[in-house]
Design a protein around this ligand. Structure first.
Ligand code: ATP
Ligand code: MG
Length: 357
């Protein structure tokens, strides 16, 4: 039996998931989410490492995760993701060298300052012959080093770091059926993980990432919109936002005028999200290899905002569904919808662990 723990350190919260694998069955052993004090992490980057290390240490102890080994995710402006296209190469070494060469051309950071990773996402043929597309991820080395140092300061041992977008796809989408893999009929699925400050926008085919972009929008912007409209302080605006949501039945304990005001503020405040998702989908659709987009799957804390699925569906004109990370586990007992939405990244990070298989 093997055990894997992964942490997702966000701007408003820290989420952790522990998975156990025995006889090829993957079981949720633990999942936890705790709020983080504001200001330790901003837009996906660590701002106050010492305080964050203390919080991570406390979180790990309280949740009673096993061991000290941990997998981590990154998503911030210091990670560059590009798609490159190359002639198909059978030889792994030649292919790696070609990807590295092309990546160095396309990524605007000196190679000695980056940590680069890549994965093939699509093989196809055109008039130039057999081709392959790769997603290349280049992270600033000092950002990665800073994350590793903070987690070590918390007494833990980082064993792997992955792009959040890849983890989100593993958490929310089933692995492709082998028989369908590579089929040109498979539609694309868009995925949008909306946190407190940032949104991971992804378009995938067969669970592979064909496009991803980090958008500087999250639930904190909705809270601010509510605070500005109602004049309430931020903490109260947060509570009333969560209680009202965008749609739904009238609520006990809130007068109808306040609910209407809050919903109006949320509807206006969420417009940039619709705009950014639309832009991403349009960009994807403009590429020659694009497939029709069948649906949008949402996750992250802000996906819990009542009615946001219907709101996005109306704005985007495609079906929108709430992601269900428990679907990727053989036994996901204990994963409530609230935990599932907020621990999706951590779960996807834990699903990747090579030590599991
Ligand atoms: N029921 C709910 N209704 C509306 N918003 C909610 C609800 N539950 C959580 N949220 C919002 O979700 C956000 C937190 O989500 P999450 O835990 O995914 O963020 P994070 O990982 O800390 O942030 P980020 O990834 O952006 O750094 C907050 O803005 C919070 O207000
Ligand atoms: Mg997050």
């Amino acid at each position: 039996m093997s055990t894997v723990v992964a942490l997702d350190i966000g701007s408003s919260s820290i989420a952790g998931v522990e998975l156990k694998t025995a006889r090829e069955r993957v079981t949720l052993a633990k999942a936890a989410v705790e709020p983080l004090p504001p200001g330790l992490v901003h837009d996906g980057e660590i701002v106050r490492p010492d305080e964050l290390a203390a919080e991570i240490k406390r979180f790990w102890r309280t949740a009673r995760f096993s061991g000290k080994r941990v997998r981590l995710g990154v998503a911030n402006q210091r990670v560059v993701v590009r798609t490159i296209e190359l002639p198909f190469l059978d030889d792994d070494r030649e292919r790696r060298a070609a990807v590295e060469f092309e990546a160095a051309e396309q990524i605007p950071i000196p190679p000695d300052q980056t940590v680069v990773d890549s994965q093939p996402v699509l093989r196809f043929a055109n008039e130039a012959g057999e081709r392959e597309r790769h997603v290349v991820v280049a992270a600033h080395r000092d950002m990665v080093d800073g994350l590793v140092a903070t987690v070590r300061q918390a007494g833990l041992q980082p064993t792997g770091i992955d792009l959040e977008a890849f983890a989100i796809l593993r958490a929310l989408l089933p692995p492709p059926m082998v028989i369908d893999e590579g089929s040109s009929d498979t539609p694309a699925v868009a995925v949008c993980h909306v946190g407190a400050e940032v949104t991971n926008m992804i378009v995938s085919v067969d669970r592979r990432c064909h496009f991803t972009r980090l958008v500087g929008f999250g639930g904190s912007h909705l809270t601010t919109a509510v605070a500005e409209r109602t004049g309430l302080p931020i903490e109260e605006a947060e509570a009333v936002k969560t209680a009202c949501g965008l749609l739904g039945d009238p609520l006990d304990g809130w007068d109808a005028d306040t609910v209407a005001e809050v919903r109006h503020a949320l509807a206006l405040g969420a417009r940039p999200l619709v705009r950014e998702i639309s832009r991403s989908l349009e960009y994807y659709r403009s590429q020659t290899f694009a497939r029709p987009i069948g649906s949008l799957v949402i996750s992250g804390g802000t996906s819990l905002c009542n009615g946001i699925d219907r709101y996005l569906q109306q704005g985007l004109g495609i079906p929108v569904v709430l992601g269900d990370p428990a679907g990727q586990l053989d036994s996901g007992g204990g994963l409530t919808p609230d935990l599932a939405a907020r621990a999706a990244v951590a779960l996807g990070l834990a699903l990747d662990a090579p030590e599991r298989s």
